[in-house]
Design a protein. Structure first.
Length: 234
């Protein structure tokens, strides 16, 4: 059942005796109550948030996958609640890439999601519904590189971009690059350099190791390219 609901389950054995006498239950409760409360607190650490429709703001049932664990042979995805859109994913300290998918919506991948030790990162996500009534030779979305936000920033900012169906590409190898350059045109960091499926993407850029100034970020996919500027102020 846990696998099909996309959840996590742990059975805590509090006694070597399967059926305890009723008189002993209060004592075993007192032995374990603090640990159980701490466990419930730990379950909230990691990433959590609400997934909603970008048009109606209604909650969505979606699948959330952490890319770092795709190689593992367990159920690596969790699902948001269809009633309130709420999801929880327990994660240890680190930086992760999360992909959100829901039937009838374009998937969204968010990179650079940082989780601190013993804390919760709140990540609310809006998914864009697929347009209806579109003919077969039209694409529901086009290439798009959005202005980063916040801008100016210090030191974190978000960069969003969209990749259309491959019918919009002159080449269909799916390779996408997103790079940051300084004022002299020198490449300072590569944020994305991989094949990507059609969908909406969001990258968190950390300029903590860079000096204040104007920088440019360039998206390249097939024959498409676009450049925008951003300002880092420290």
């Amino acid at each position: 059942m846990t696998f099909f609901t996309g959840g996590r389950e742990i059975t805590a054995e509090i006694s070597s005796t399967k059926l305890l006498p009723q008189a002993q239950l209060p004592a075993y409760y007192n032995y374990n109550v603090r640990s159980l409360i701490n466990y419930m607190k730990e379950c909230l650490y990691g990433v959590r948030g609400i997934v909603t429709d970008s048009v109606t703001n209604l909650p969505l049932k979606s699948k959330i996958r952490v890319a770092s664990f795709e190689y593992m042979n367990d159920s690596t995805s969790v699902r948001s609640d269809s009633t309130c859109g709420d999801y929880h994913r327990m994660l240890k300290t680190g930086t992760y890439t999360l992909t959100f998918k829901s039937q009838g919506y374009y998937p969204k991948t968010i990179s650079g999601v940082y989780v601190k030790m013993d804390s919760t990162t709140v990540l609310n996500v809006k998914l864009r519904p697929m347009a209806s009534g579109i003919s077969g030779n039209e694409s529901p979305i086009s290439f798009m590189l959005s202005q980063n936000y916040p801008n100016p920033f210090n030191p974190l900012t978000n960069i969003k971009y969209s990749i259309p169906e491959y019918g919009k590409w002159k080449t269909e190898n799916g390779m996408v690059t997103l790079k940051v350059f300084d004022l002299l045109g020198k490449e300072v960091v590569v944020l994305v350099n991989q094949k990507q499926s059609p969908g909406d993407y969001e990258i968190k850029f950390d300029g903590g190791k860079l000096s204040s100034g104007i920088y440019f970020y360039k998206l390249t996919a097939g024959d498409f390219s676009d450049v925008k500027s951003m300002i880092l102020i420290k």
